[in-house]
Design a protein around this ligand. Structure first.
Ligand SMILES: Nc1ncnc2c1ncn2[C@@H]1O[C@H](COP(=O)(O)OP(=O)(O)OP(=O)(O)O)[C@@H](O)[C@H]1O
Ligand SMILES: [Mg+2]
Length: 317
C-alpha cells in the first residue's frame, strides 16, 4: 500500500543543545543541527524507514527547500510538495539534556496564495491515483480557512481513499464533520474538540466513541506517558508503555500515527496496531535520533507494551 502525507505548514527544525538553559542570560550551546520537519514530514520519514512506499505534499518555500529535498532523497520519499515563494519557517528547539526540558519556539509560517492552494488540490487529486491512504498532519497556518482539511478530506473520500487525521483546534472541529476514517488527537485536543474536561479513562472512552460513525472507524487518543486508547465500534484497548527514560518527546505523536498506518497497511488487528504504534513512539522518545531504529528495537519495545482491553460492562456503570 502506498501512503501519502500532507503537510501544509512544514518547518525546518533547528535543534540547539544547551545544558542548564536559562532565560535572560548568555547560554553556551554544545551543538546544533537542523532537520526537515513538520508533522506530515515526520510521519512520512518513519513510514519510509519501515519500508512503506510514501509520497509527500503540502507547501514548501522555494528558498530553503534544499534541506527537505536532501532528506526526501536520502529516505527515498517521493517529493510532490508545491513550491511557494519565500522560505519555509524555522522552528527552534532548545534542548537541555541535563534538566530534561525542551523549549520550543515555533514560527507562524506564511499562508499560501490562491494559486498555490489550487495547485495543491490538483496535486492531491493526482496522487490519489497511486496512493491509497492519506495522512493529514499538523496545524494549518493562519490565513488558511479552518475547513481547509475538510475540503481535502472530501476530495479524497470522493476518490475512495482512506484518510488519517492528526490535527487540533478549529481545523479538527471542521474536519470531523466530514468524517475522516481515522483520527488521532491527544487527550488535550480531544477535550477541546468535545468541549469537556476529561478525567479518567471512562470519560476519554465515551468522548472517543462519540466520534465513531460509519466512516470514522478508528479513534486513537494519545495520553503521553499514560499511553493511548485505541477505539473501534465494538472493541477498545489501552496500550500502556513501560516506564522509560525519555530523551526527547519530539515526534512521539507522529511516530504513533506512522506506527498505526504501518500496522493498518499490513492488515494488522487493532490490538497489534496498538502495540506497534506505541513501539514506534517509544523508539523515538528513548533516543535522540530522528530515524526509526532497526526492527529488532521496535520488536523489543512492542513486547513491553501492555494491551489492556477496555471492559464495556464497567464503562456502562
Ligand atoms: N513519557 C512517556 N513515557 C512513555 N511513553 C510516552 C511518553 N510520552 C509519550 N509516550 C508515548 O507516545 C505516544 C504519543 O505521545 P503524546 O500523547 O504525547 O502525543 P502528542 O501529544 O500527539 O505528541 P506530539 O507533540 O508529537 O503531537 C503516547 O501515547 C505514548 O505511547
Ligand atoms: Mg500530536
Amino acid at each position: 500500500m502506498k501512503v501519502a502525507t500532507i503537510t501544509v505548514n512544514p518547518a525546518v527544525d533547528e535543534t540547539i543543545s544547551v545544558d542548564h538553559f536559562k532565560l535572560g542570560t548568555v547560554n553556551r550551546s554544545q551543538g546544533y543541527r537542523y532537520d526537515a520537519g513538520g508533522k506530515g514530514v515526520n510521519v512520512a520519514s518513519f513510514l519510509a524507514d519501515y519500508g512503506i512506499p510514501v509520497a509527500v505534499t503540502g507547501f514548501l518555500g522555494e528558498e530553503n527547500a534544499d534541506v527537505f529535498e536532501r532528506h526526501f532523497e536520502r529516505k527515498g520519499i517521493e517529493d510532490r510538495f508545491v513550491r511557494v515563494p519565500g522560505e519555509t519557517r524555522i522552528n527552534i528547539k532548545i534542548m537541555d539534556e541535563v534538566n530534561q526540558v525542551t523549549t520550543d519556539l515555533n514560527m507562524p509560517g506564511q499562508a499560501p496564495g490562491e494559486y498555490a492552494i489550487s495547485k495543491l488540490m490538483e496535486q492531491v487529486e493526482t496522487m490519489s491515483e497511486a496512493c491509497e491512504c492519506f495522512v493529514l498532519s499538523g496545524n494549518i497556518q493562519s490565513g488558511l480557512p479552518s475547513d481547509f482539511y475538510a475540503d481535502i478530506i472530501q476530495l479524497l473520500k470522493s476518490k475512495n481513499r482512506r484518510v488519517v487525521l492528526d490535527t487540533s483546534g478549529d481545523a479538527l472541529v471542521e474536519a470531523v464533520k466530514v468524517k475522516p476514517n481515522i483520527i488521532k488527537p491527544n487527550i488535550h485536543e480531544l477535550s477541546a474538540l468535545v468541549n469537556r474536561s476529561l478525567d479518567g479513562i471512562q470519560s476519554v472512552y465515551s468522548s472517543a466513541i462519540s466520534l465513531i460513525n460509519e466512516d470514522t472507524t478508528v479513534v486513537v487518543i494519545s495520553m503521553g506517558k499514560d499511553g493511548a486508547l485505541f477505539v473501534e465500534k465494538d472493541q477498545a484497548f489501552v496500550a500502556k508503555p513501560p516506564e522509560v527514560t525519555v530523551k526527547s518527546t519530539v515526534g512521539a505523536g507522529d511516530a504513533m500515527v506512522a506506527g498505526l498506518v504501518a500496522g493498518l497497511s499490513k492488515d494488522m488487528s487493532l490490538r497489534e496496531c496498538a502495540s506497534l504504534a506505541t513501539a514506534f513512539s517509544l523508539s523515538m522518545i528513548t533516543r535522540l535520533g530522528r530515524d526509526l531504529p532497526e526492527m529488532k528495537v521496535i520488536n523489543d519495545f512492542q513486547k513491553q507494551v501492555e494491551i489492556i482491553p477496555v471492559v464495556f460492562e464497567q464503562l456502562k456503570n
